[in-house]
Structure formats: C-alpha cells, structure tokens
Design a protein around this ligand. Structure first.
Ligand SMILES: NC(=O)c1ccc[n+]([C@@H]2O[C@H](COP(=O)([O-])OP(=O)(O)OC[C@H]3O[C@@H](n4cnc5c(N)ncnc54)[C@H](O)[C@@H]3O)[C@@H](O)[C@H]2O)c1
Ligand SMILES: [Zn+2]
Length: 368
C-alpha cells in the first residue's frame, strides 16, 4: 500500500439482519488492531484462528501478534478442499483445544476458508461466535458479508450450508498486496457485478481507476472495496435469506455456476466464470431489447480491459444448458435469471427460453 496507515480513516459499515447486527470495519492495517476490534464487537474472549498454510506463511505473524495466545488451526484451502472432511478437521482441532461457547472462531483466508470455517463455527456446539478477516478481494467485497457459510457436495457446489451471521468482519486491504493478479482480477469481476446491479458510479470508478486499483494503490482501492461492501451490506440487510432483493446479486451467477460445474471447478476462478456469466446475461438482455447496446458494450469492454479470461470456445453449450437446468435458482420449475437493464439496474425474469440462452452463449464465444 502506498499511503501510510495514519492518513486513512477507518470506515465502518453496518449490516443489520434479523438474526444479528454487526459492523464491517475497513481499515488499512486493521489486523494490527484486531484485538481491540474484537473487543468492540464483543466477541467472546477465547480466540481460535482458522487459516490456510499459505495465508499463514504470508501474514500469520501479524495475526499472531495481534491476537496473542490465540490457538491457530491450519487447513488446506482451494475449492477442492471446500468439503466436509475439512470441516471435520476443524471440529477435531476445536475439540482438542477445548473450544467452548466462550470462544470466538476467527477465519483468516479467502472465501473458501471463510465458508468452511464459518460452517464449522455455525455447527460446533450449535454455534460459536464467528469473526471473518478475509484476505482475498472476493472475501473482502463479497463472501465475508451476509452469513452464507457452507461446503460443496461431490454432486454440486455449496449444497450443504447455513445462514450464520458473524459478530464482525474486519477488512484490511494491505493483505491484498500478496494476492496474485489472477485472484485479484477474480475479485474485481464481483465488484463489477455490484456496479451493474446497483451502482453506475462504482462501475465508472472501476473503469476510470483500473490501473491504480490493479497497482493496489490505497486511495483507489479502498473506495472500491468500501462501496462494494456497502452494496452487499444493504442488500443483505434488506433480505437476509435471499427471498427477494438479495437475488439480484446472482447476476452473472446462473451461467457462471454452470460454467464452473461443467469444467469441474478447475479451469476458471469463480469470478472468471461470473465474468462470462455477466456477458451471457448482457447478451440475453440486449437481444430482448431491454439493455442498450452501448451498456452491453461498456460491460464487455471493462471485462476485456482487465485482462485475459481463460478460453471458453471448447466448452459445450449443451452441457452448460443442462447444468443451468439443475441450478439452485430454479424455483417451482422456473429458472430465475437476473438481466441488466442499464448499468446500475436489473430485472429478474423467469421466462428465458433455451433458444435465447443458446444464442447468447454463442455470442459470448461458446463454439461447441
Ligand atoms: N459466502 C458467500 O456469500 C460467498 C460469496 C462469494 C464467493 N464465495 C465462495 O468463495 C470461494 C472463493 O473465494 P476466493 O476467491 O477467496 O478463493 P480461495 O479462498 O480459494 O482463495 C484463493 C487463493 O488465494 C490464496 N490467498 C488467500 N489470501 C491470500 C493473500 N492475501 N495473498 C496471497 N494468496 C492468498 C488462497 O490460499 C487460495 O489459494 C468460493 O468457494 C465461493 O463459492 C462465497
Ligand atoms: Zn460470486
């Protein structure tokens, strides 16, 4: 980060759901005052950190200094390890550490660690306190906020889980300095998602400040993180369990999840699949005449301008269509699709036909 911590004011965003109200604290070097922040959110006093070997190697010493005496549990991350066996390893370590209701589980890692360890916190002793300290951009702008925790089943992503709100979320952008460019980009696609669904201002800011954001300049990056967190916080506060408004955050995720599933979660980062999914939704909307072609192009240009996406040409349209039919967003037999209607607004429709989808996939570059 370029700016010294002293020049930056802490940002606090409140999430208010029926099950819990909690703050998202955004501050450069927030980790160094994590002990104080945990006191402020009244997180029970015994702390157990769950992290991954890589994150711990990169940033663990700061964490250990901030939470002196805390036990740390290291489990593998990456989508492959987002499974019950990893949860079991966390339970084992919690039992061995005699973790009890006076304990707080602190997750320290990307979305996978947050989801897996969050699920362990939700279920161990029927629930112990949870605080997320996300270390990827995806974690900081998306997965740490909103209470969705869980793991994959061999037959499908995120099939096992719970809604379990944390006591707090602590976002320290300085840890993003070590994030590989590809992972960083994957998070930026989720930021673009917020721009398209909810804020033309955010969309324009990413378009304008792209280079500085990529260089992880504090002044450029922090507002983007904060604005994304605000959007997620307000959507989640209005609809904790995704019965209505929260569904707009599925923009790009219908085709996106299908792309991930068909390629067995190996070829694309989640955000990359979502980038393709947003392009598919924009093509659908534009073909229906509900999205101006200039807006569709602005989205396509911004995505292209961030850098290369892994190839899509050899991914089968038939398999994608089949995977979409099995999507969680199918309600009473009808597939709900979030279509952009402008940069900053969306509509949810339930009448997208297979031939429309096929045409949109083709336009985006699926050749098979
Ligand atoms: N709960 C939700 O609402 C929600 C929302 C979005 C995504 N998710 C989930 O999040 C997961 C994806 O999260 P992700 O993209 O963070 O992936 P991830 O957790 O797999 O992290 C990506 C990689 O970055 C490494 N890493 C983490 N922090 C780092 C750092 N500071 N420096 C260097 N490397 C670092 C990790 O070790 C890992 O190899 C998916 O499973 C997705 O389903 C959940
Ligand atoms: Zn996502």
């Amino acid at each position: 980060m370029n700016a010294p911590a002293a020049q930056t004011d802490p940002i606090r965003i409140d999430v208010t759901t029926p099950s819990r109200a909690y703050p998202v604290a955004i501050e450069d070097h927030a980790i160094d005052r994590l002990g104080r922040i945990l006191e402020e959110v009244r997180a029970p006093e015994r702390r157990v950190i769950v992290s991954s070997p890589l994150v711990w190697r990169l940033h663990g010493s700061r964490m250990a200094r901030a939470l002196r005496g805390a036990e740390s549990i290291l489990v593998p991350d990456g989508e492959r390890h987002k499974q019950l066996q990893t949860v079991m390893r966390i339970y084992d370590a919690l039992v061995r550490a005699n973790a009890d209701r006076a304990s707080t589980l602190v997750t320290f890692g990307g979305g996978v660690i947050g989801d897996v360890a969050g699920f362990a916190a939700a279920t161990y002793l029927r629930g112990i306190a949870l605080v997320h300290v996300p270390t990827t951009l995806v974690g900081q702008v998306d997965s740490a906020i909103g209470g969705k925790v869980g793991v994959n089943h061999p037959l499908g992503k995120n099939l096992i889980g719970a809604f379990y709100q944390p006591h707090g979320v602590v976002v320290d952008p300085s840890v993003l300095a070590t994030l590989p460019r590809r992972e960083f980009r994957a998070g930026l696609y989720e930021v673009i998602k917020y721009g398209v669904t909810s804020s033309a201002g955010l969309f324009d800011r990413v378009t304008r400040d792209r280079t500085a954001i990529f260089a992880r300049e504090w002044d450029a990056l922090t507002p983007v993180i904060a604005q994304s967190c605000r959007i997620k916080a307000s959507v989640v506060s209005a609809d904790e369990r995704e019965a209505g408004p929260r569904r707009i955050l599925n923009f790009g995720h219908t085709a996106g999840h299908a792309i991930e599933a068909v390629t067995k979660y190996r070829r694309y980062r989640h955000g990359e699949a979502v980038a393709y999914g947003m392009l598919v939704a924009a093509e659908l909307a534009s073909a229906r005449g509900v999205l101006a072609d200039s807006d569709r192009k602005a989205l396509a240009d911004l995505i292209a301008g961030l850098g290369p996406l892994p190839a899509i040409a050899d991914v089968s349209k038939a398999e994608i269509l089949d995977a979409i039919r099995h999507d969680k967003k199918v309600i009473a037999g009808r597939l709900h699709f979030v279509l952009p209607t402008a940069i900053g607004s969306t509509a949810i429709v339930d009448d997208v036909t297979e031939s429309e989808l096929r045409a949109a996939l083709k336009k985006v570059g699926f050749r098979k």
